[in-house]
Design a protein around this ligand. Structure first.
Ligand code: ZN
Length: 248
């Protein structure tokens, strides 16, 4: 598997990064995990406009889904003719949310996206074995584990600490984990993780490598978040950036 970071800014686009979007490839199949604000630009810069084979949206917060709206134009009005419907795995409210965001008058997206509602469980997408489970965030949110060829990647999505994330991350070769909050601050509960908490989960789950994402550039500190995660996890830790690629 190969992971390409398209966007990694938490909550709103940062000066150097779009919001959450991660492309995972195997056997030539390209699965996009989340499609946050600004990431359609990064998709073109780092991979290509029409290269996506399926999309998985972990939850319906705008910073994880909103570039699926301009992507409707990309697919529907391509100069060489419309593209076939793209599979989109997402919480059940996704069709209405994206249709309303696109246009209240032209709401049906069936020609562009074929939606599959997410539920906890394991299922195939292309060559990947995908396991999703609910995590600890105020809306219906799924953490994701992808397996292929004996290798595994876990993506936390947005979450506070929870048992389901520990299970999803168990012995993953690569753990892409959010670290939105600074440690030592009075953070709201049941919303996000700090760098130290991401490191603690990585240790408990015995992952091979920890990648930190969803940092909020304007409110946080990359150096402090990285240091906090390193203090709780003995393995390799890195803060991701747009364009970074990882072989798994
Ligand atoms: Zn969220």
């Amino acid at each position: 598997m190969r992971l390409t970071i398209l966007g990694c800014a938490g909550s709103f686009p940062g000066p150097e990064a779009a919001c959450s979007a991660y492309l995972v490839e195997a056997e030539g199949f390209r699965l996009l995990l989340d499609f946050g604000s600004g990431s359609l630009s990064a998709l073109q810069r780092y991979v290509g406009l029409n290269v996506v084979d399926a999309i998985l949206l972990t939850h319906l917060h705008g910073d994880h889904i909103l570039d699926a709206v301009p992507y409707i134009v990309v697919r529907r009005y391509a100069p060489d003719g419309p593209y076939p419907p793209l599979p989109v795995y997402a919480p059940g409210g996704a069709p209405d949310r994206l249709a309303n965001a696109y246009s209240l008058d032209e709401g049906v997206l069936d020609d562009v996206y074929t939606f599959y509602g997410l539920q906890p469980g394991t299922f195939p997408i292309g060559p990947f074995e995908v396991t999703v489970d609910r995590v600890n965030h105020p809306v219906e949110t799924y953490g994701v584990r992808l397996e292929h060829g004996g290798r595994s990647l876990c993506y936390s999505s947005d979450t506070a600490p929870c048992e389901s994330l520990l299970r999803l991350a168990h012995r993953a070769d690569l753990f892409l984990c959010e670290a939105s909050y600074l440690d030592g601050v009075d953070n709201p509960p049941d919303l996000h993780l700090t760098g130290r908490e991401a490191g603690e989960i990585a240790t408990k789950a015995e992952v091979g490598r920890l990648l930190l994402t969803h940092l909020v550039a304007a409110w946080g500190s990359e150096a402090m978040t990285h240091e906090a995660a390193l203090s709780a996890f003995a393995g390799p830790v890195e803060v991701v950036r747009p364009g970074c690629r990882y072989e798994i």
